[in-house]
Design a protein around this ligand. Sequence first.
Ligand code: C5P
Length: 303
Amino acid sequence: MSASVTVRVPAKVNVQLAVGAARPDGFHDLANVFLAVGLHDEVTATPADTLRVTCEGPGSDQVPLDRTNLAARAAELLAARHGIAPDVHLHIAKDIPVAGGMAGGSADGAAALVACDALWGTHASRAELLDICAELGSDVPFSLVGGAALGTGRGEKLQPLEVGGTFHWVFAVADGGLSTPAVYREFDRLTPDAPAPEASPALLEALRTGDAEALAATVTNDLQPAALSLFPALRDTLATGTAAGALAALVSGSGPTTAFLTPDAPSAQKVAAALTASGTCRTARVATAPAQGAQIIRSAPKA
Ligand code: C5P
């Protein structure tokens, strides 16, 4: 058994988020093209007398430390399957925007799962880990695998996608958050006859060839009108990034983080500077994609 295990896990942006009508279970069928981006949280698992979660970093005061935290739920699910007690201290070092539509909570769930599996020596198979991830939430399996993937069903059924280059992104973190269920409810109100969601072949081809201009021409987010309806100020943020030279500007997932695809690293810096100076967002972050999924970066042996 190790004395502690630290796992690094990326944020995501949805380059296509096609949303169908609400299903009888309340979820929506999706064609969800996930791209992992280089903003990371780190989760460290250390043996403890009882399950405990702590958190540091930007926005950490908004992170629940009780059993509703996906990291805590991941530990509980893994422990229950292996007939052990979920006694672990999970420390989350946050860098992914909280409640931002970048799957930060999902990332922490996937990271905690990998960390506990290594700490406890439960040796869960990849299939078992993915199964637990899907139980935790629609976006959690993708946080485990990273790279790029097409998510269908409620987003949890993943098909890995090839990415032929590096994409340069800027993320504008909004002042305030948006609740994912509230954004989906607004989507239902605005889109009573949503067609069945389908992945765009042109978008998949743009990812495969690493062509930023082609990707910019094909990115879409069906939740964007709903996010803008609930958070109209995001229009100013999107316009600011576009005016500063972004190839594409869109709401990330259910928002309110906005994402800007740029041609190269210098343009990304320029767009980030313009966004920061504009006062239309709290902060702007530069990141490249794709990024690897949840990975152990430190494992301290027991003394
Ligand atoms: O699966 P997860 O817990 O991340 O989903 C959060 C909420 O987002 C769900 O309770 C549901 O309201 C909404 N959702 C949805 N359809 C999906 C994924 C999420 O309606 N495919």
